[in-house]
Design a protein around this ligand. Structure first.
Ligand code: TMP
Length: 224
């Protein structure tokens, strides 16, 4: 990534914006830490962050969105809140890190909104893309890794993890998580160059090795 449009102006950045996506329990968070270690060993300066959240304002928006008591939240309100959290996080954390030459590894980004709100909640992928384009201007990730795991297996993993927070989206039926999965499949077809599939139905070390290969191959292409 060499430039992006930010506050209406072209800004030069030398860092790399990489996002990780997938359904619940796909193992993104654990693998991100392993990826950071591997990249740091290669001399890269890596920042791990997450959505919704990553900074105070966006973490507070996260609390509002994911509070299990907020069952009355309307789907477009939900989509707008994710987009608002995204905007603030980009401005306050992601873009400054990219300007400092860092690799930003972000746990979820725009594709989560497209799959969850656009497709699974039935707002429409293009409608959700439009409000997100307003939020992010031109700042799309250069590489996105989709951690591919069936909803059944993901939810099974979550059930075994007693430390994980339980949020409003966990209250959804299995059919909702299937729609999210289908949504991601559509995104893989729509953005084949940017989104790479990582088989997440294996040991974390293997998942991180696969993900690392994609990142290294992307970085070497960029350096050419
Ligand atoms: P997490 O459990 O991966 O931290 O994500 C929180 C939940 O928010 C998860 O169920 C996915 C959901 N989500 C959306 O529905 N839309 C979005 O844009 C984002 C970033 C997350």
């Amino acid at each position: 990534m060499e430039w992006l449009i930010y506050r209406g102006e072209v800004v030069l950045v030398k860092g790399h914006f990489i996002t990780v996506e997938g359904g619940e329990g796909a193992g993104k968070t654990t693998v991100l830490e392993l990826l950071k270690d591997k990249l740091t060993q290669k001399g890269y300066d890596v920042l791990i962050t997450r959505e919704p959240g990553g900074i105070s304002i966006s973490e507070q928006i996260r609390q509002v969105i994911l509070n299990p008591a907020h069952t009355e939240m309307e789907k477009r309100t939900e989509a707008l809140l994710y987009a608002a959290a995204r905007r603030q996080h980009l401005i306050q954390k992601v873009i400054p890190a990219l300007k400092e030459n860092r690799i930003v590894l972000c746990d979820r980004f725009i594709d989560s909104s497209l799959a969850y709100q656009g497709y699974a909640r039935d707002i429409g992928i293009d409608e959700v893309l439009t409000i997100n384009q307003f939020a992010i201007e031109d700042c799309m990730p250069s590489l996105t890794l989709f951690f591919d795991l069936t909803p059944e297996k993901g939810l099974q993993r979550i059930a075994l993890n007693t430390e994980r927070e339980r949020n409003r989206l966990d209250l959804e039926e299995l059919s909702f998580h299937h729609k999210v999965y289908e949504g991601y499949q559509l995104l893989l077809k729509r953005f084949p160059k940017r989104i790479k599939r990582v088989d997440a139905d294996q040991e974390v070390d293997n998942v991180s090795a696969l993900a690392f290969e994609y990142i290294i191959s992307y970085l070497s292409e960029e350096d050419e």
